[in-house]
Design a protein around this ligand. Structure first.
Ligand SMILES: [Zn+2]
Length: 127
């Protein structure tokens, strides 16, 4: 019997021989035909995938430069996915904790009263 399958990308119905098998010993075929899969491999990741990767890199290392496209996603008022908002909040909380840790270290170093406020110009010098 001759089996056919419809490609999820080009929507054409083709014999299963036009599809690669699934890996890992699972029965079945890939959802995209060989032609569409190979074309996708040649073109590399989509723009959306590249932007998401950039934003993730930037989250882990704020010095990682963002392309104008990625910056538009992060810094405009368009609604962000909740996962990205949560990542941003965690980054701010970490920065706040780090600031407190540095202030405590400063006080310990100079044996200052814990209630004492560090003058802004001195905080600039150590924090
Ligand atoms: Zn196809």
């Amino acid at each position: 019997m001759s089996q056919t399958k419809t490609c999820s990308t080009c929507r054409e119905t083709k014999p299963v021989s036009a599809f690669y098998r699934n890996g890992g010993g699972k029965p079945g075929y890939r959802t995209r035909c060989k032609g569409c899969l190979n074309a996708a491999r040649r073109n590399g990741p989509s723009a959306a995938t590249r932007i998401i990767k950039e934003i993730v890199m930037h989250h882990h290392n704020p010095a990682f430069p963002l392309s104008p496209e990625a910056e538009a996603v992060v810094y405009t008022s368009m609604p962000l996915p909740p996962a990205i908002i949560a990542l941003r909040e965690r980054r701010e909380q970490r920065a706040e904790k780090e600031k407190l840790r540095r202030e405590r270290a400063f006080r310990a170093k100079y044996r200052q009263c814990p209630a004492m406020t560090i003058p802004a110009h001195m905080r600039e010098a150590v924090v």
